[in-house]
Design a protein around this ligand. Sequence first.
Ligand code: ADE
Length: 362
Amino acid sequence: MLEQIVKPLLSWYDGHARVLPWREDTSPYRVWVSEIMLQQTRVEAVKPYFERFVGALPDVQALAACPEDDLLKLWEGLGYYNRVRNMQKAARTVVETYGGEFPADYGKLLALPGIGHYTAGAIGSIAFGIPMPAVDGNVLRVLSRFQASYEDILKQSVKNKFEQELQKVIPAERAGNFNQALIEIGAIVCVPNGRAKCGECPLAFGCRAKELGIVDELPRKKAKKERRVEERTVLVLREGSRVAIRKRPGKGLLAGLYELPNLEGALSDGEVLARLKDWGLSPLRILPLAPAKHIFSHVEWRMTGYAVSLEETEHMDREGLFFIDAKETEEKYPIPAAFAAYARYMDIMLGQEKYEEGKRDV
Ligand code: ADE
């Protein structure tokens, strides 16, 4: 049934593929970096991250040797920091086991840390021409609609079924273009939220969902488990021109990144002052800051914030805090975007904000 999509899809791609930095040079390293980033965020947001990452770490050897703080800094704001740690593990395997060259073999790619079926298919097909599918959310949407399938696309069995069907028809001589064409249709034509541009779609001729008038009902995703909500109180502790940060533990959420000191619960200013005194600090003034929210995959932080001026004494190393110049933080210490709302009070910008600087209307 999918045989019929191959030709129209490839002709459409020849005329409509966007020019993107990772499409100009399709070395396995660049394809890999771009595909992992594209699992995190939109194409437009990925572009500057991609350029900066491959500029700083141009090959797998450089990535394998990069100090962790520098690596996390390059990823700052993209989220899912374990992905970039896994990338470094995979880079080390490529260097140590494969002499620095990615293996042109789907099974061996799949065996690398952090590389699942989608990424192995994308690197395999785009960089090496291996005829294996790369099924991401875009592709699941396109195929669910084309076949008017109400099956839950979050189920592994449904994904496997689509992969098997594609594998039968994927053209050996243009495997990478075929996969990217399907992704591209999903990204710019067969889009979600009632904005599908069926009039421009090269697959409209055989699309069952279009025929039945159910495009906007598909794909079907069963509701995920609700996120846990956590209250936290975030502190911008200033001591003269310096602010306090601390390193998070090596395991768990945002492992190994730096953060503004924060406490469990939505604390009052009085409670915060008491805690600071327990830590041996000398607060002079406390000001409430606007509340903020950050959504992770499994938890949502609702944050209460305070700016606190401290007396200038030797506060170093108390409660794991260290006081540093704000600019130094911006340049050196990776701080997750969850703290962006409060980092602004230190006059620093984090991750994606930096790239959007020119666009902000402040
Ligand atoms: N999303 C995922 N992979 C992509 C690619 N190679 N090009 C554009 N968007 C994508």
